[in-house]
Design a protein around this ligand. Structure first.
Ligand SMILES: [Zn+2]
Length: 433
């Protein structure tokens, strides 16, 4: 089957394909996965995909334990050492490094699924893409390089660091798109400000920014700010997780929600993050995303908890013609802050901060102790040339209350005072009491 067709397949046809793939994946797991044989303890996986909730949920901590006891890949490795062709070592956001194994088949499928994301985001074969993601200790860097190649565009491998050289490169050769973390444009702006007097972001002539890795990207205010400053289109073109699929969702050119582009290789479920009860996969519903591989050889997973809270925002065909589910990421389930029974994610705070032109868009949320909390403590950075004032502070606090339904105490801090990072910026700081 042509890979581009998957995204346009009618639901009934897709359901049949998924069911057929699950049958083979199920048989493969029964034969080859020591980990799941032990974990399921005699319980047979269901024949029908929709009966998957009969099985227990698999958690990241189990994979960590498996790799610690049976290095490097853990006993959930279901392929032979001869079949494995790539080892991705990932640092992850918490804990020790994990080792992700791919067979040739897995690697090719990963690139093809990721290429769907980049195509949906607007990358054309004639485009030149400068790739500024980290190639070390992060699967996304190398993988997205291959995904861009798989959609036919020209990749300029750059990696992270040496921002001055990057700007010099952009000034010397015509580049259409940049692929980086959403925090990186702020680093570029600061470097331009310090080392390239008179050069504005607009002068770099980028048409498209492919971002991923942070939920703030789904906020309209964040996108508007970058689009206005840089004159480029902002797209989240790489949503995924190393243990499951590095990149299986992306925004298209006509819709700002993420298209789930791996329906043929992944089965998604929603659960309540605390009670773990299944929640129907229907438009308007939100919950923690749980994923099952339908076509994976090296380290297939079943009912894996992603720790990402999502909301399903569309299930019918999108205006772009793609038929697969659209969703928005609310945030990490462990970044959820409960303020007087209201659930708040850091990205929602950005939604407010980003609307104020007097603010730079950089912010930190500092929470002391384990809660319960009466309010959010937010540090909001002022835009260059803006003086702090009680009026502005009050306006931001009121907007926060109105939009997130949680009270907030806002501290205004000077321009360029909050640390910028090239990788994922930590927005929520949990402090000891
Ligand atoms: Zn679309």
């Amino acid at each position: 089957m042509n890979n581009t067709e998957i995204e346009y397949l009618p639901d009934a046809q897709l359901a049949k394909l998924r069911q057929r793939r699950w049958q083979s994946q199920r048989n493969y797991l029964l034969k080859n996965s020591e980990f799941f044989a032990e974990f399921w303890d005699g319980l047979l996986p269901p024949q029908q995909l929709e009966d998957l909730p009969e099985l227990p949920l698999c958690e990241k901590v189990m994979l960590r334990k498996s790799q610690a006891e049976d290095p490097p890949f853990g006993d959930y490795l279901a392929a032979s050492d001869e079949q494995v062709i790539r080892l991705h070592r990932t640092s992850g956001s918490t804990g020790n490094a994990m080792n992700v194994a791919l067979t040739k088949f897995d690697a090719e499928q990963t690139a093809q699924v990721g290429a769907r994301s980049h195509r949906a985001a607007g990358i054309k074969p004639s485009d030149r893409v400068i790739h500024c993601l980290n190639y070390q200790m992060w699967m996304g860097g190398f993988t997205d390089h291959l995904c861009v190649e798989a959609c036919g565009a020209t990749v300029i491998p750059f990696g992270v660091g040496n921002t001055r050289l990057l700007i010099q490169t952009l000034l010397e050769i015509k580049v259409d798109a940049i692929q980086c973390t959403p925090s990186y444009p702020a680093v570029l702006e600061q470097t331009l400000h310090e080392h390239f007097p008179g050069v504005k972001p607009l002068d770099l002539n980028l048409k498209l920014g492919l971002f991923g890795g942070e939920a703030a990207l789904d906020q309209q205010s964040f996108r508007n700010r970058i689009e206005e400053t840089w004159g480029l289109k902002v797209r989240n073109a790489n949503y995924g997780m190393a243990d499951v699929y590095c990149n299986f969702a992306s925004q298209c050119e006509l819709n700002q929600d993420l298209h789930f582009l791996g329906h043929d290789v992944l089965y998604g479920e929603l659960i309540h993050p605390e009670t773990q009860e299944p929640i129907p996969w229907e438009e308007g519903n939100s919950g923690e995303l749980v994923l099952t591989h339908l076509s994976r050889l090296a380290q297939p997973l079943v009912r894996f908890r992603t720790n990402d809270a999502i909301v399903i925002s569309g299930t019918g065909p999108c205006v772009c013609g793609r038929t697969t589910t659209r969703f928005r990421v609310l945030g990490r389930t462990d970044d959820m802050i409960i303020v007087r029974a209201v659930n708040v994610y850091p990205a929602a705070v950005y939604g407010v901060i980003g609307e104020f032109i007097q603010l730079s868009g950089e912010y930190r949320i500092r929470m002391k102790g384990k809660g319960p909390y009466d309010r959010l403590n937010v540090e909001a950075e002022l835009a260059p040339g803006i003086e702090p004032s009680d009026t502005l502070k009050e306006q931001v606090e009121n907007a926060m209350q109105f939009r997130t339904r949680a009270s907030a105490r806002v501290t205004l801090v000077p321009a360029y005072s909050l640390p910028r990072t090239e990788g994922k910026t930590k927005r929520l700081i949990r402090e000891e009491e």
